[in-house]
Design a protein. Structure first.
Length: 265
């Protein structure tokens, strides 16, 4: 674990921002030290940042205020706080979900000969946590790592359709919605109509709503308690998303989602 963190810090592909915010940089460096060292004194933090102990103490106090670190009452050393642990566990859960879903994604991609994605809810966005690309010359590239507004993509709509109305109202308090293309759903009224259709049909679709020429189908992955843990999608060039293919894709998509969801508590 420590080696992976250290390697990430030394990654030569990472470029320092042209206009860094030093206080943010210092706080994140201290979080890194807390994870690597497990326990961190103010004096050690000051040496690491090359600042006065009072400055290091103020930075650690702010991290403590936000729950990222906490202080040992006896040694006065700083250790990982509840929010840092919570975020770490959330990341591990996503990795576990990705590992469990990968074989199913690969099988689905092979069956439909198109790109398949796995995504999870992140606020008002869908986070693409994995993607298996088609081996066709003309294909949709993997969006793994991308974060896209929920209403702009089929996976996001599938996740929205699983939410109660109150949660949707929280995410979309205004009638007008931001758009990525001229085909993105532009209003909350239209979005609610689409979500009702998704609930009836059992799948979501989009065409050119996040990027021109890209069509996709998606459905939620529900655990045994009926909660949407994730969503999976099939993405293809719009020219290949014919009605006949869509019918076949929907059948395979639903089966994959059902099989995958049965593994989750």
């Amino acid at each position: 674990m420590q080696k992976r963190l250290a390697d990430a810090r030394r990654n030569p592909l990472r470029k320092r921002p042209a206009y860094p915010i030093e206080s943010v940089d210092s706080a994140l460096r201290l979080l890194h030290e807390v994870v690597v060292r497990e326990r961190l004194r103010v004096s050690e933090a000051a040496i690491k940042l090359r600042v006065a102990p009072s400055t290091a103490h103020r930075l650690l106090a702010m991290l403590q205020y936000h729950g990222f670190v906490t202080q040992d009452g006896q040694t006065h050393e700083y250790i990982a706080g509840p929010d840092l642990v919570r975020f770490g566990l959330a990341a591990l859960k996503q990795l576990d979900l990705r590992e469990q879903a990968r074989p199913a994604l690969e099988a689905l991609s092979t069956a439909v000969k198109e790109t398949v994605h796995l995504g999870v809810l992140q606020g008002a966005n869908v986070l693409y946590i994995d993607g298996v690309e088609s081996d066709r010359v003309l294909r949709i590239g993997s969006r793994a790592g991308a974060i896209i507004p929920l209403h702009c993509v089929s996976m996001g709509k599938a996740l929205l359709a699983a939410m109660p109305r109150e949660r949707i109202d929280e995410l979309y308090p205004s009638e007008t919605l931001p758009t990525l293309t001229d085909r993105t759903v532009p209003s909350k009224t239209e979005l609610l109509k689409q979500l009702a259709s998704i609930r009836r049909n059992g799948f979501a679709s989009s065409s050119g709503e996040s990027e021109d020429g890209v069509a996709s189908l998606a459905t939620g992955v529900f655990n045994q308690a009926g909660e949407a843990r994730a969503a999976i999608s099939i993405a293809a060039p719009a020219t290949r998303a014919t009605p006949e293919r869509i019918r076949a894709w929907v059948t395979l998509l639903r089966k994959t989602a059902t099989d995958l969801g049965s593994r989750f508590q």
